[in-house]
Design a protein around this ligand. Sequence first.
Ligand code: FPP
Length: 254
Amino acid sequence: MSFFSGSSTPAAPASAGAEVPRHVAIVMDGNGRWARKRFMPRVFGHKAGMETVMNVIADCQRRGISFLTLYAFSSENWKRPEEEVSGLMNLVLVGVSKYLMRLAEQGVRIKVMGERSAVSPKVREAWNEAERVTANNTGLTLTVAFNYGGRWDVVQACRQAMADGLTADQLTEEALSARMALSHAPDPDLFIRTGGEIRISNFLLWQIAYAEFHFTDCLWPDFDVAEMDKALAAFARRDRRFGGVKTEASGPAV
Ligand code: FPP
């Protein structure tokens, strides 16, 4: 169960009114095209994307963002060429051995969400280790979505609710939220997608009900501080009402 699950209004974000989003979720698209532009294999783009991940984590920490959730491997990504899939799996192993200690020292708490049983024991153990080593950290919470799909998440939460013996009446939004893979975090305030596509691609379907969206043509390996500035500036301009209306009494729109 999550410490957020006690909320009676799961859709109400914790960071209402804040200019810096509390939780940023990113679809990191464009690695393949970035590599192709350089006449390199797609995995080269994913490696560069990993460097960007490290830079973005540090940038989020500097800015006071508390939760960062990254779409690293979707349930659908198994359809990619075998060479690319194994390259991505290998990148997890290399990434954990190369960066885990640095992230741990930075105070990052790592969580991994997705269907773990389908990945190899080596990759599973790398993710388990990352979570174990950083479990007591209190800085940025980095959630890596790996073999994750938003529909899978809804189904697994329903299954868990059934296994817990909930009746139809007991299956409330709160009860389901508490069983979703991202129950350790408040709902994302800002959803960013790089790479020029304007779609969700089965990421966080339940949790983005009130997220603000920012789509950029920037390819993920090129995403830098200036790009994050643009995303956060766009977020700060949004008039967030969460289905309500702006009134005199309520002051600035939230
Ligand atoms: C989508 O770009 C990107 C991915 C499917 C992989 C994302 C992985 C990383 C950024 C590496 C970091 C990994 C971890 C484990 C944190 P694409 O390949 O679809 O790009 P394209 O649309 O240009 O082909």
